[in-house]
Design a protein around this ligand. Structure first.
Ligand code: FAD
Ligand code: NAP
Length: 552
């Protein structure tokens, strides 16, 4: 892309870049593209910005990475001026923040809402994508950036009779915009992942009765949410340069916290218990940072898992319920750990019942009830907290056609394959933000989003400066990266769980550990080195002649 082409491409139907999605990734991508003078169009199927925080409006929804860290770092003024009210901001406040960012950086004029990208076809002769949207229009773009989200394709379970249910059915990932009032109702909740665990205590406060249908018990750590004090906010504001640097470069998961220097078995029982207790009292995701080998060594992991199991037994008064709520089938942390407010204690309430659908799977849903173990649980409303077709689900819903007419779904039939999680061979000029093969969902996602957006932006600027118009991952580099991603994952305990990281929640989805577990710091370094070596492992070409950029 040349500087001239950027200037000339102002006709309504051609853009330098089409961005799909207006969550935190798409919004920042647009901001960077604008800053570099590229023309860009963002399509968003929802009616507003915010992505996850636009769709997930269920009771109790809030972030589980602390707000002072789960926020953009690209604008010093923004991070100094925005005021988070709680340690973990509730969904409405995060959505308000997304809207504030859209207004502050005047993003909306280049975002087309209520418009789904249905199809994208690459024209090899012109190195141009044709992008067709749900309003029937087709535009062209040199580049397409998929900012479609890893947890954006809400999954309705295949349960017999679900459509027969005459009460209201809600999915946590597709919650109505108007307030939902459960007062006086018998509410069923299917699913006990993070969404179920956040929503059950809040629904139980309002509903007449809540029946929780649990297939797999989950490990959950108390959030210890509280209002942020001025002192806490000011500490972060004053220390942001170091907090953000640490999150980007040193923390494996993009979160500022102490890095443990020892393994769980290096301490004696009392010392270890005291450390876990301190983390439990502090609350939050950093519980898993108590020791450096909890994700690697089963015996070490067992010490943390047993600590949490002991807490469940202490909190839940009915021993049979406590036993059912105790996770036993996978190592702690290998399914995304949950962060809750009073989840386990909620089962001490007289209006909450736990139903074990592992032993007695749901047989069917009738007009008025969920039937399990031959018993009908009569309900007025049903909440599906059943999760997402994660990481690849929203990409797969777009009909993407690359070189030789190969579709992305064909290419990824056996599981996603990418180079650095950023591009996939056979699909030139198509970038994914926080795609499979990148740290993505294993991290504070905003750290990973900013890193990807910055890398892509720098890359596009480099291409323009060098009169290049085509970029594609090399097959060999991709194969090597996929092998590396798998190798790193198989050295951990993660593949031992039937998690959405593995695609295990979607019947028929290939079982592959999708994110890159090497850590955000090392990953960033790899990406930077690739760029510094003239985008090693990528083929780049200009308009006139295909030329391979020097690879060393
Ligand atoms: P999204 O926010 O998912 O945005 C993608 C957008 O793309 C969506 O608005 C979608 O409508 C749109 N889109 C998709 N396909 C198309 C299409 N074909 N055409 C047009 N538009 C399309 N991460 C953390 O790090 N910390 C947290 O505390 C945290 N909490 C979470 C809580 C919940 C309830 C969920 C579901 C996820 C949470 N996550 C958290 C992960 C969260 O998804 C990311 O942090 C982040 O918001 C992702 O931003 P994104 O822009 O990449 O994707
Ligand atoms: P999830 O973790 O995939 O949990 C889905 C739940 O539904 C699981 O308990 C699952 O059981 C159950 N389920 C799925 N299909 C079912 C079926 N057919 N029958 C019965 N039960 C079924 O989804 P989620 O809770 O929406 O969370 C997804 C991710 O989003 C989280 O891991 C996290 O990354 C993010 N999130 C974060 C927060 C936060 O705290 N900030 C809140 C919500 C979501 P099995 O375990 O047996 O499959």
């Amino acid at each position: 892309m040349s500087a001239q082409s950027a200037a000339a491409s102002t006709t309504p139907d051609h853009y330098d870049v089409v961005v799909v999605g207006a969550g935190f990734a798409g919004m920042y991508m647009l901001h960077r593209l604008r800053g570099l003078g590229f023309t860009a169009r963002v399509y968003e199927q929802g009616s507003g910005v915010g992505g996850t925080w636009y769709w997930n409006r269920y009771p109790g929804a809030r972030c589980d990475v602390e707000s002072m860290q789960y926020s953009y770092s690209f604008s010093e003024e923004l991070q100094q001026q925005w005021t988070w009210t709680e340690r973990y901001a509730p969904q409405p406040e995060i959505l308000q923040y997304a809207n504030h960012v859209a207004d502050r950086f005047d993003l909306r004029r280049d975002i087309q809402f209520d418009t789904r990208v249905a199809r994208a076809v690459f024209d090899e002769r012109g190195n141009i994508w044709s992008v067709t949207t749900s309003d029937g229009k087709t535009v062209t773009a040199r580049f397409v950036v998929l900012a479609t989200g890893c947890l954006s394709n809400a999954r309705k379970p295949d349960i017999k009779g679900l459509d027969r249910f005459t009460g209201k059915i809600y999915h946590t990932g597709h919650w109505p915009h108007e307030p939902v009032d459960f007062t006086g109702q018998r509410v069923g909740v299917i699913g006990t992942g993070s969404s179920g665990i956040q929503s059950v205590p809040v629904i139980a406060e309002q509903a007449r009765h809540v029946t929780v249908f649990q297939r797999t018990a989950q490990f959950s750590i108390p959030a210890r949410n509280a209002e942020l004090t001025d002192e806490e906010r000011n500490w972060f504001r004053a220390n942001y340069p170091e907090v953000r640097r640490f999150a980007r470069e040193e923390a494996k998961n993009g979160i500022y916290t102490e890095i443990p220097d020892r393994g769980a078995l290096d301490d004696g029982d009392n010392e270890r218990r005291a450390k876990f207790e301190a983390r439990w009292q502090r609350g939050g995701l950093t519980f898993m940072s108590a020791y450096n080998n909890l994700a690697l060594d089963k015996a070490a992991n067992d010490t943390a898992a047993n600590f949490v199991r002991g807490k469940i037994a202490e909190i839940v008064k009915d021993s049979a319920t406590a036993k059912l709520l105790t996770p036993i089938s996978y190592p702690i942390g290998t399914k995304r750990i949950c962060i809750d407010t009073d989840y386990f204690a909620t089962f001490n309430r007289p209006n909450v019942t736990l139903v074990d659908i592992k032993t007695n799977p749901i047989e069917e849903i009738t007009e008025t009830a969920v039937r399990s173990g031959g018993e009908d649980y009569e309900l007025d409303a049903l909440v599906l907290a059943t999760g997402f077709d994660a990481m690849t689900g929203s990409v797969a819903k777009i009909d993407i056609s690359g070189r030789g007419g190969q579709t992305l779904n064909q290419k990824w039939a056996e599981g996603p394959r990418t180079y650095l999680g950023l591009m996939t061979s056979g699909f030139p000029n198509l970038f994914v933000i926080t795609g499979p093969g990148s740290p993505s969902v294993l991290s504070n996602m905003i750290v990973s989003i900013e890193q990807h957006v910055d890398w892509i932006s720098d890359c596009l600027a480099y291409m323009r400066a060098n009169a290049l118009e085509m970029m594609e991952a090399e097959r060999a580099a991709e194969d090597k990266w996929v092998a590396h991603v798998n190798e790193v994952a198989s050295a951990t305990l993660y593949p031992q769980a039937d998690s959405w990281y593995m695609g295990a929640n979607i019947p028929g989805k290939p079982r592959i550990f999708m994110p890159y577990i090497g850590g955000v710091g090392p990953y960033r370094q790899i990406c930077n080195e690739v760029a510094a070596k003239g985008y090693e492992g990528f083929v780049m070409a200009g308009a006139e002649q295909k030329r391979k950029v020097a690879m060393s």
